[in-house]
Design a protein around this ligand. Structure first.
Ligand code: SF4
Length: 468
């Protein structure tokens, strides 16, 4: 049976599942005026932080005051026992170096060198059984109302048109910044290279952006004109350090493919040794199987094998496409019809899938469109003085359908707009606008929204005369 809060309570004295402890922390169902660390210092929780969406400590950006020290912003890790700090390897993991409070169930002291421990077993605001039932339907992803941003009231006071225009304006800033990045890179490395770097970065999908960028930057050293997708897969997987360490002797599923990669890579390895990446630069924690860098590199190899890719993108830009077909039409350009191995596997080690899976999903197409393809094409058009194409691309950016929800968007929506869904977020560009506000304001403030100018800007926006 899953360890949901509802299955918690066999015995009131028994430790709850860690997930329930996390939900209790998230909703602060605690006697907050009596919190003390295991060594007796008073603790004030000014903000519990935001549940981590990318691994590492459970909550990021909490604001906590311990004893007489000034309040500090940092992370919070939740474990059942203080010993979990070492047992789970947090003491050796650099992602945990900003943890300022280790929240546990049992009343035990912190280990030497570990952050202060805050035991919760005697500090709940209701019996554990009651909390288990109350929190049954609560989610870790749902931000309690009391912890919404200070801009939330002002934003919710805007009508839908004003909210939409505000997000549009923020999206425009984001688009311009990306376009400028392409322009600057193209000036030094050429348009084609700037495009490849953008495509590789997008395939890195948050956690592996830098190794992907690194591979793309050395592209001129490891490409030699027309080459097959298999040759390029061997090379990219070899260069990335992601080719499995040994060539398989057995003849299981995929062994033939892996042997062909090894045959190709062994012949070339010395030639490209200056551009090899260590496997340790890649991040795998919290990755969906479809986003595994091995699979992403396999896709990149197919794109590289197509010497006309940039021309195809320009052609795509020149034809008329109804708004509702935008995503599908770009997908047609970027999609790989079939790959004998990667259509059937998430990684080298994963078993054969029951049905083939596309190498490019819809949400990745949107990501590529708003972050790479549209800003790259727009900058080219702007540089070439092609006003018509520039306007067409701006229209496509504004009309692009929204991407699949993700944890960052969910948190932003709840913190800023105080809603689970918003009609103002009907397009990918509106979602981009919301992310830009996070980058420009939330990332320069803290969970308490200290010194954030955005609420004031929103109030000013509500007084603007906008035609509806
Ligand atoms: S930091 Fe600023 S933009 Fe972010 S939630 Fe707080 S008030 Fe809003």
């Amino acid at each position: 049976m899953p360890e949901g809060p509802e299955n918690v309570l066999r015995d009131e004295n028994e430790a709850p599942p860690e997930r329930l402890l996390q939900i209790i922390w998230c909703h602060q169902r605690l006697r907050r005026d009596r919190l003390r660390t295991a060594d007796g210092q008073a603790v004030r929780i000014l903000h519990p932080g935001f549940v981590s969406v990318e691994g590492g400590p459970d909550f990021r950006g909490a604001v906590v005051q311990i004893g007489d020290a000034a309040p500090r912003a940092g992370d919070v890790e939740i474990d059942l026992r203080a010993g979990g700090w070492r047992a789970h390897g947090h003491d050796r993991n650099p992602d945990f170096k900003h943890v300022l409070l280790h929240v546990v169930w049992e009343d035990t002291r912190a280990l030497p060198g570990a952050p202060p421990v805050l035991p919760l077993s005697h500090s709940l605001d209701a019996p554990l059984g009651e909390l288990g039932l109350w929190l049954k339907n609560e989610s870790l992803r749902a931000l309690p109302e009391t912890f919404r941003g200070q801009c939330c009231v002002a934003l919710r006071g805007l009508d839908e048109t004003r909210q939409g225009r505000l997000l549009e304006a923020a999206a425009h800033v984001r688009f311009q910044a990306k376009a400028e990045q392409f322009r600057a890179r193209a000036r030094h490395a050429g348009w084609e290279q700037a495009l490849w770097e953008g495509l590789f970065r997008a395939l890195g999908y948050k956690r592996n952006v830098w190794p992907m960028q690194n591979l793309a930057e050395s592209r001129s050293h490891w490409t030699r004109g027309r080459e097959s997708a298999l040759t390029l897969q061997a090379r990219l997987l070899g260069l990335s350090g992601l080719l499995p360490g040994e060539c398989p002797r057995a003849s299981g599923d995929g062994a033939g493919y892996l042997r062909r990669l090894w045959d190709g890579w062994w012949r070339e390895r010395d030639e490209f040794s200056n551009h090899l990446l260590p496997r340790s630069v890649w991040r795998f924690h919290g990755l969906r199987p479809a986003n595994h860098p091995q699979r992403r590199l396999a896709l990149a190899a197919h794109w590289l094998a197509d010497s006309r890719l940039s021309q195809k993108l320009e052609d795509w830009c020149a034809v008329e496409i109804p708004d509702r077909k935008l995503s599908g039409s770009l997908r047609n350009v970027l999609e790989v019809e079939h790959d004998d191995f990667w259509s059937w596997h998430w990684t080298f080690r994963s078993p054969r899938l029951p049905a083939p899976q596309p190498l490019l999903g819809n949400s990745r197409v949107t990501d590529l469109a708003v972050n790479v393809v549209l800003p790259w094409l727009w900058t080219r058009a702007a540089e070439g003085g092609n006003e018509k194409i520039r306007q067409l691309i701006e229209h496509r950016y504004a009309a692009w359908p929204p991407t699949q929800d993700n944890s960052l968007l969910k948190l932003a929506r709840q913190r800023l707009l105080g809603v689970g869904r918003s009609r103002a977020l009907r397009s990918a560009s509106a979602q981009q606008g919301l992310i830009q506000i996070l980058r420009d304001f939330c990332e320069h403030s803290n969970a308490l929204c200290e010194n954030c100018r955005f609420p004031e800007l929103v109030r000013g926006w509500s007084n603007l005369g906008i035609q509806t």
